[in-house]
Design a protein around this ligand. Sequence first.
Ligand code: GDP
Length: 297
Amino acid sequence: MFENLSERLSGVFDRLTKQGSLSEDDVRAALREVRVALLEADVSLAVARDFIKRVQKKATGASVTKSVTPGQQVVKIVHDELIAMLEGEDDAGALKIDNPPAPVLMVGLQGSGKTTTTAKLARRLKEREGKRVLMASLDTNRPAAMEQLAILGTQIGVDTLPIIKGQSAVDIAKRAKQQATLGGYDVFLLDTAGRLHIDEVLMDEVQAVRDVANPRETLLVVDGLTGQDAVNVAAEFDGKLGVTGVVLTRMDGDGRGGAALSMRAVTGKPIRFVGLGEKTDALEVFDPKRVAGRILG
Ligand code: GDP
């Protein structure tokens, strides 16, 4: 995901660390290159600009340029600021699902990977935390999506709410809650309907479901390959629904990584998980330090 950015930065840093001494102009020139590399990775302009400003402030003082290893100092500052920019929750993977049955709302655009992510999360909760999980599809417009969740449920050994034709999303949410309570489940995941674009009908429906379900977590699933669009989608969903975290999918692809880098700075929302493939075990807790390490090689 971050190969290009990583390559670009290692070029800049190689040159920087090879120089014995650094003037403020050297640092400035290097940071200009870092800024271009960030923009090419599809980090938003404002975020890239702020980032460089912060690094510059710390990196141009005499303590850096006059130190024995000025290049390495600058690299360290960039590293630390990258982690700060990616800043996640202390434990991004720990969902607030005490008090069973805990409702978790999964929202996002159609095709973002929402249904797959619902199954991935269910599997993780079951296998790693020993939770009893129920999944329900609320996508009344797309019977195939409901079927898909049921098939995934069978594959991973997680129960899905039986499909009753003709029910509204709100009806299904109520039924899921009831079944989760009666069945002694720890958590129930509501896979809401997605659309190709954000529109009022979609948001009205998801808001109505949210009001009925009263979710402990509202996780927004966005396609990491869509770069700045992913960040815009996140800002809109958060404005309408108040999301508690983001799952970035397709981070196994050859996108440029800008969505991961800008998400927190633009939306204020933490990335909780990343999707790294189509299989139901391809979900990882988001770890800023690891991502920063990957970017800086
Ligand atoms: P939904 O419409 O949002 O529910 O999207 P789906 O869950 O049906 O996913 C759409 C497609 O994206 C499917 O082919 C998934 O296998 C694929 N997909 C989902 N998450 C990932 C991921 O993290 N990486 C990759 N490579 N593919 C994914």
